[in-house]
Design a protein around this ligand. Sequence first.
Ligand code: HEC
Length: 220
Amino acid sequence: MLRLRQISLVCALAVIALLTGCRLDMHVQPRQNPLSRSDFFADQRSERPPVEGTVARGQLHDDTYFYTGRIGSTPGDYMPFPVTKEVLERGRERYNIYCAPCHSRVGDGNGFIPSRGFARKPPSFHDQRLQKAQLGYFYDVMTNGFGIMPDYASQISPQDRWKIVAYIRALQLSQNATRADVPAGQAVPSQPPLFHGQPGSGATLPIIDTKTSSNSEEHK
Ligand code: HEC
C-alpha cells in the first residue's frame, strides 16, 4: 500500500516538473536573426546603420599625411616622425624582407625575382628621378602599388612603411655620398672590418669585431 503511494507521488512530481518546464516565455524572447526582415522599421532592415560619423576603433585616420603620404594630391617630403637609429634599423629589416627580393639590398633594381623572369625589372632608386622623389611618393607606391608592382598596404603597417621610406633615403645617400659627407676622423675608404672565427656562410652572419672599427687614419 505504502509502495503504491510512493509511486504515485513520484509520478505526480514528474508531471508537475514537465508542465512547469513548458513555460517558454523567458526562453524564446523576441529577437531578429542576422540580416532578417523587420516590419518594425520603415526600411524593413533589422540591422540598424551606425550613428552617422561613427568610427571603428583604431580606424580614425585623422592624420591624413601619415596614412597617405600626400598633402592634398601631391606627395609631401617630410617624415611624420623623427628618424632615429632604431627607425632606420627597423626600416632596413622590413626593406630587406619585402622590397629587396625585387629591388635588391642596395636598391639598384637587380633583385633575385626580376633575374628569374619577373615581368619587369624595377627602376634603380639611384636614378636621378627617384633620387629627387619626395618621401611621400615612396610611401604612396607602397600603399597603392605602382604599375605591375603590387601594393604592400596589408602586409606592412603604416608605421613600418614610413620606416622603409627613411631607409630608402639612407640607401640613396649611401650610393651617392661624397667625401664631404664623411665625418672628420673617419678614414676613406673605411677600414675593412675584422671578423671573429668562421666567416659567414650565407645562412649565418659573420661576427664583426666592433672595437677595431675606431679608425686611426685621419680623413684626408
Ligand atoms: C615583386 C617584385 C617587387 C617587390 C617585392 C617590390 N617592388 Fe617596387 N617595383 C617593382 C617593379 C617591377 C617596379 C616597376 C613597376 C612598373 O614600372 O610597372 C617597381 C617600382 C617601384 C618604385 C618606383 C616607382 C616609379 O616611380 O618608378 C618604387 C619607389 C618601389 N617600387 C618601391 C618598393 C618598395 C618600397 C618595396 C617594398 C615594400 C617594393 N617596391 C617591393 C617590383 C617590386
